[in-house]
Design a protein around this ligand. Structure first.
Ligand SMILES: [Fe+2]
Length: 269
């Protein structure tokens, strides 16, 4: 199995090398990709999914980011293109998937399983960044969608917390800065109380973005994903950010207490 993963990494490198890998933003995505692949593999083992297939989904999920950044100069989907759709198009319409080992798609004992798995991969990649999953997915597709989404969320906490502080995580510095950032508005805090992600359409301040990122952890599907996030410690860093404003301090305290409730007792219905 190591061999097919190595072949897939080789194909991924061949593709990503077409872009400026010296660019810090490209490097950030490459590092994120490998981590999400590893985490997806780990979650896959724990939830009874095929860990190699889950790992491959992690490796492929953000492939659209390179073209997005090159064409539009930003990772913000709202200002450019839906990177998940773009990545799935590059892989499954333009045929990049053909460079990755066929073995990943073979389901032991299932005739024609390869095309089934290919479809599953396409769906999981298209849906990895959506606020909610579409209705009517079959059980296996749903499983892999959830594994990938959990793995991605898990590593996003790291991206936000670790340097370099660029357009994605510079808000950490701003929010803990001179106290000029305003507190989060009621709509955002309502999502905290309701234990759900903040809709992307909601235009956010930097502090609201930070809270929104933490809210993603309310929607982690699997206990193993929560365990990974706990162990990493990045969510704790975000929720304990040293803000100056009293209301913001209180909002972070609320967030911590809601997260504790959500993780100890499950999500609110
Ligand atoms: Fe993504």
């Amino acid at each position: 199995m190591i061999d097919m993963r190595n072949k897939a990494i080789k194909a991924f490198k061949k593709y990503s090398n077409r872009y400026d890998v010296a660019d810090i933003k490209i490097k950030l995505k490459i590092d994120h990709t490998y981590r999400v692949a590893e985490i997806a593999g780990q979650i896959g083992v724990s939830v009874g999914a095929d860990p190699d297939f889950a790992w491959l989904l992690g490796l492929l999920h953000d492939i659209g980011r390179f073209e997005q950044l090159t064409q539009y100069g930003t990772f913000k989907d709202a200002e450019s293109v839906d990177h998940a759709e773009l990545g799935a198009d590059i892989l499954f319409h333009d045929g990049l998937i053909g460079d990755f080992p066929e073995e990943f798609f073979v389901i032991p004992g299932a005739d024609g399983g390869e095309s089934e798995r290919r479809k599953m991969a396409e769906t999981a990649i298209r849906l990895h960044n959506k606020l909610t999953l579409s209705e009517g997915l079959d059980a296996d597709t749903l499983l892999y969608c959830k594994v990938l989404r959990d793995a991605d969320k898990t590593d996003i906490m790291r991206v936000l917390t670790e340097p370099p502080y660029d357009e994605r995580n510079g808000r950490i510095i701003k929010c803990s800065g001179d106290g000029t950032e305003p507190p989060a508005r009621e709509d955002v805090m309502r999502c905290v109380h309701e234990h759900r992600c903040v809709p992307k359409t909601f235009e956010r301040t930097d502090f609201e973005s930070l809270i929104s990122q933490c809210c993603m952890c309310f929607e982690l599907e699997y206990p193993v994903s929560r365990k990974i996030v706990r162990k990493q410690g990045y969510l704790d860093i975000l929720m304990n950010l040293a803000v100056q404003n009293e209301t913001m301090k209180q909002q972070l305290a609320t967030l911590r207490s809601e997260m504790k409730q959500a993780w100890d007792y499950g999500r609110k219905p």
